[in-house]
Design a protein around this ligand. Structure first.
Ligand code: GLN
Length: 203
């Protein structure tokens, strides 16, 4: 059985580990390059993407993760993790020393951090995820504002105003999956089940 790693530097990695454990999936909390070398797939949790970025570089994990992604390792990013898997961040955080937030990249898309506005920092929405009805929780969530032609749009939420396309909140490109929302906090394991299938080459 493939072993799924969860990047455990910051954010709600415990909830992802618990979701996989409920499904009987073998997991490993990934904090070092040595941990990374033991897993077949990686989940990047929700949290604060600029912190995950900085810690992953401090812990010398950023380059090995990019390398594994380039080699085809399956990965799933939720919320901040979606930002980490985006090739482009429209509005990256800039630190007090002028350092610009980076991502690992992998999915040909541009994400906008905190895209759903201050007035609705957090909301829930019933959406369609590959034919399944899912209660999705959005917490200071990003949105994919542009995706390349190789990116499959899986889920959208309605945009305000008539005639507009929905706002993109779940995507897949090959072995890489990303959602703006947090399936790990709802108790629903549909997305974790899907990622296990993807990791096994069955999705
Ligand atoms: N807004 C956060 C960021 O930019 C993501 C929030 C989350 O993961 N719930 O990383």
């Amino acid at each position: 059985m493939p072993k799924i790693g969860v990047l455990a530097l910051q954010g709600d990695f415990r909830e992802h580990l618990a979701s996989f454990e409920r499904l009987g999936q073998e997991t490993l909390a990934v904090r070092t390059p040595q941990d990374l070398s033991q897993v077949d797939a990686l989940v990047i949790p929700g949290g604060e993407s600029s912190v995950i970025d900085r810690l992953s570089r401090n812990y010398l994990l950023a380059e090995p993760i990019k390398q594994r992604l380039a080699d085809g390792m399956p990965a799933y990013g939720s919320c901040a993790g979606m930002i980490m898997l985006a090739d482009r961040i429209e509005n990256p955080a800039v630190s007090s020393s002028g350092e610009i937030q980076q991502s690992f990249g992998g999915i040909d898309m541009t994400v906008r951090r905190n895209a759903f506005g201050r007035q609705v920092d957090s909301f829930e929405y019933q959406l369609d995820f590959l034919g399944k009805n899912l209660e999705a929780v959005f917490i200071r969530a990003p949105e994919a504002v542009q995706v390349g032609s190789g990116v499959q749009v899986i889920s959208t939420v309605p945009a305000e105003g008539d005639g507009e396309q929905g706002r993109i909140v779940a995507v897949r490109q090959g072995n890489l999956l990303a959602t703006s929302f947090h399936p790990e906090v709802t108790g629903s394991t549909a997305i974790h089940e899907f990622f296990i299938q993807l990791t096994r080459g069955d999705a």
